[in-house]
Each structure stands twice: as structure tokens, then as C-alpha cells.
Design a protein around this ligand. Structure first.
Ligand code: EPZ
Length: 419
């Protein structure tokens, strides 16, 4: 199995260019099922999850052309014949559920494997299904699947008990072709929601309010093809900002949207980093004064992103003073703590809070990625740890970070990938 070997190589310095957003391109790829015309997606990141989504769409007879030299995807769902994504692919990626809404709207029925959950939590789809039912779909449960059927969805008023990103995306996409107007309240407000709404509106949808608490969708008869540039990946942005901070370096991030990482900027500044929004991009400097503790509580956007929790915790092990981290979005997103403790972090869990004593002298050893962001956190810890850190199960990391080794090396990191 491939591994990363990471060594402390001093402060990271230089420039890194951020790629397109994984969590934006995946729902946009799924939404191409809503039209039989070609959709061209630019700045598509070269990721395992994007490759899985390509293969999953090909399994639905979508014409897929991927050019990862130019980072351009061309997708055309000319004649979708199946209403179910291939199970062997669906079980590998939670985001496959995002094809359910478009398939239901396009085909009149969609079958999805009931999610088996993953390392960070149960990951139910009850809110997705609630939205489909309120729009008139009949649900039928099988042993390990659920099927939604509706000749044509009709507009409805939907309240989400939790601002679920996936449920917001699935329902918004399905409602685009419904008969009538749908209003979804208490929706997710992540930038990826706004990007998907922008893509759908360019296809001819009539969506208003994305990025606020309430989204209104006036259903239309059909959607046409379009061309779209995906927003930069705000979690990759945050990850490289923390890489600069944990090594006490000075790094400029290009192709960024500072507004998408406000909480991460605020918390880095609380720790004593200098974060400047310059003409060229975001500059993070952590070499001026000792970094100090801060407290983190993850919340739906615009709160501190859960996808940055493990990476920031790695940083907090190295700053002066005691920090606390509270994860409120997922019920089991502390798997990285045991691995960081193998490196000497001494983190303890008290109820829902993690307590990080700080001022830790991290020591490299063999550790294991348990999920995408936990794996990234271990790489960051390895950049600051004495000796060599050997990270296994790196397929998790390669799901969501393109050219991770090359980008880190480009700013001076000593990291290599070994089989
Ligand atoms: C998206 O997952 C992201 N994935 C996740 O990023 C991210 O952590 C998450 O949003 C929260 O920001 C993609 O966009 C592909 P949710 P999603 O539905 O849509 C509960 C990464 O590292 N919930 O907002 O699955 C759920 O159990 C990944 O890139 C229900 O109860 O997240 C969880 O506790 C990890 N019922 C909470 O909501 C539902 O029907 C947030 O889930 C749906 C969700």
C-alpha cells in the first residue's frame, strides 16, 4: 500500500496555487444529468472522487470526456437509461447520493443504496428523502436500497431540520425541473451551494436565495447545456494556510476566495499569524512571534468548517497554551486524535470537546489516515514533527487533494510518496 513519508524541513515558504473545489465539482457533475445537452466544467480538480463520479456517470450512459491536463470535464447525459448508480461505485463515495435528485427529476425514478455510513459518522439521507416526498415522490425501501418515484415532481415548501449540504443540493437540483415553485427553508449556505445554484441557473433553472437561509426554485420544463468554472477549494486553501502556520513559514496562496475562509483566517490571526489579502492572493506568515492557543467550534457555514477541524487541531498541538475543539457537525470526527497522540500530542476528549495541551514536541512515527481530512492533518503534523512520519492509507487523502505532494514540495516540504 502506498504511504507518505514526511520529515520536518523547517518553515514552508513560497507560492502554491489552489485547485477547483471537490465539494463543488461533485454536485455540479451530478446535476449534468438534468439536461441532454453538453456541459463543460472548467477548473475541475484531478481527484480520485472526481474519477469515481466520472465512472459512476458513465455507468448511467453519460458521455464523459475528462482532460486533466487542462482540468476540463465535458459531460453529456444524452439518453440516460438507468435510474440507479452502480452499487460498487456508490458505496465507495458518499457523494454518489447527489445523483439521486437529478435522476428522479430526469427519469421519474431513482434508486440509491442506503448509505453505510463512514468513519466520521452515520451520514443518513433522511432529509434528502423528506424533500423528495414533499415534492410528491413515492418512496419504496428494499433490503439495502431506497427507490423514489414520481412522474413529475411538484413544487413544495420544505423545511430542513438541519442545514444539510447534500440534502440542499439534491433537493435544489430536483426542484429545478419540478412543476411549480419549491421553497426550501433552513438550507445550507456553503459556497458550494451558491456555485451549484449558479451552474443550474446557467442551465436555465430559476433559483434565488442560494447562500441565504431560504432558497426558492421555480421549476422549468427543461434545462440546456452550459459552461462553468468551479470555485477554488476552500478546504484546500485552509489546509495550506495551516501548513504555513504549523511550520512557522511564509506562504502565498493563489487562486483563492478569502471570503470563503473567513473563520480560518480569524482563528489563525487569534493564534498570532499574519494573514494578508493581497493582490496576488492570501499570504500567511507565522514567523513573526510565538503562536498561542485558541478555541474552535465547528458549525455549518459561515461557522468554522468541520472539514478544517482536524487540520487546525494539528496546529494547536504546537502552539503555546491549552486549546479546546468542539465538533458539532459529525458525531465521530475525532479519529485523528489517537494518531496525533501517537506523535506525542496528549489530546484528551471530555464529552464532545477535545482538549489540546499545546506546546507539544511532536515526534514522527507510523500513523494511519482514517478519513480525508484526518489524513491531511497527519501530513501537517509530520511537517512539524521531529524525525520521519510514515502515513498509511493515503488513498483517503488522494480522494480530496490533487498533486498534494508536488504542491507541498513546491513550498519546501520534505514529503515523498512510496509504494
Ligand atoms: C458535505 O457532506 C461535504 N461533502 C463534507 O465534506 C462536509 O464535511 C459536509 O458537507 C459538512 O460541511 C461533499 O460536499 C461531497 P451534510 P454531506 O449533509 O452533504 C446530518 C470532505 O471532507 N444529516 O451537511 O454529507 C449528517 O449526519 C467531506 O470533503 C442528516 O442527519 O454533509 C451530519 O451529521 C467530508 N440527515 C450533518 O447532517 C441527512 O439527510 C451534516 O451532513 C443529511 C445529513
Amino acid at each position: 500500500m502506498a504511504k507518505f513519508l514526511v520529515k520536518d524541513n523547517g518553515p514552508l515558504t513560497g507560492e502554491v496555487t489552489i485547485s477547483g473545489s471537490k465539494n463543488s465539482v461533485l454536485p455540479i457533475m451530478a446535476a449534468t444529468l438534468l439536461s441532454d445537452e453538453e456541459c463543460v466544467i472548467c477548473d475541475a480538480p484531478d481527484l480520485r472522487d472526481v474519477d469515481v463520479m466520472c465512472r459512476l456517470l458513465e455507468g448511467l450512459d453519460v458521455e464523459v470526456n475528462a482532460d486533466f491536463k487542462e482540468n476540463i470535464l465535458s459531460l453529456r447525459a444524452v439518453n440516460v437509461t438507468r435510474n440507479e448508480v452502480p452499487f460498487d461505485l456508490a458505496k465507495r463515495m458518499r457523494a454518489s447520493i447527489l445523483t439521486m435528485g437529478p435522476l428522479l427529476a430526469r427519469m421519474g425514478s431513482a434508486r440509491a443504496a442506503l448509505p453505510g455510513g463512514c468513519a466520521i459518522g452515520a451520514r443518513p439521507i433522511d432529509l434528502h428523502l423528506k424533500g423528495f416526498e414533499l415534492m410528491g415522490a413515492e418512496l419504496e425501501y428494499g433490503a439495502n436500497y431506497v427507490e423514489a418515484r414520481a412522474d413529475r415532481l411538484r413544487g413544495a415548501k420544505i423545511y430542513l431540520d438541519y442545514p444539510s449540504v447534500g440534502a440542499t443540493e439534491n433537493i435544489m437540483a430536483a426542484a429545478s425541473l419540478a412543476d411549480g415553485t419549491t421553497v426550501i427553508e433552513n438550507v445550507a449556505k456553503e459556497p458550494e451551494i451558491v456555485d451549484l445554484a449558479s451552474f443550474l441557473n446557467k442551465m436555465g433553472a430559476r433559483i434565488k436565495g442560494a447562500g441565504t437561509d431560504t432558497i426558492k426554485i421555480e421549476g422549468v420544463e427543461r434545462l440546456h447545456g452550459t459552461k462553468h468554472i468551479v470555485i477554488p477549494d476552500r478546504i484546500e486553501m485552509g489546509t495550506f494556510m495551516v501548513a504555513a502556520a504549523i511550520t512557522r513559514g511564509d506562504v502565498l496562496l493563489r487562486n483563492v476566495v478569502p471570503d470563503h475562509v473567513r473563520p480560518v483566517i480569524a482563528k489563525l490571526r487569534e493564534c498570532g499569524c499574519l494573514v494578508e489579502d493581497t493582490q496576488e492572493g492570501l499570504r500567511v506568515r507565522a514567523n513573526e512571534k510565538p503562536l498561542v492557543a485558541t478555541d474552535i467550534k465547528t458549525l455549518p457555514y459561515p461557522g468554522f468548517p468541520t472539514d478544517m477541524q482536524s487540520q487546525f487541531m494539528a496546529l494547536l498541538t504546537t502552539v503555546e497554551g491549552r486549546s479546546t475543539v468542539i465538533e458539532t457537525v459529525f458525531e465521530n470526527r475525532y479519529m485523528h486524535i489517537s494518531e496525533l497522540n501517537r506523535m506525542g500530542a496528549n489530546i484528551t476528549i471530555e464529552g464532545r470537546s477535545a482538549v489540546i495541551p499545546g506546546s507539544t514536541h511532536l515526534v514522527g512515527c507510523q500513523v494511519m489516515s482514517t478519513d480525508l481530512r484526518a489524513g491531511a492533518a497527519l501530513v501537517l503534523a509530520g511537517l512539524a514533527a521531529e524525525g520521519t512520519t510514515e502515513i498509511s492509507e493515503i488513498y483517503h487523502i488522494e480522494r480530496g487533494y490533487s498533486q498534494f505532494v508536488e504542491k507541498l514540495r513546491g513550498i519546501g516540504a520534505d514529503i515523498s510518496r512510496v509504494d
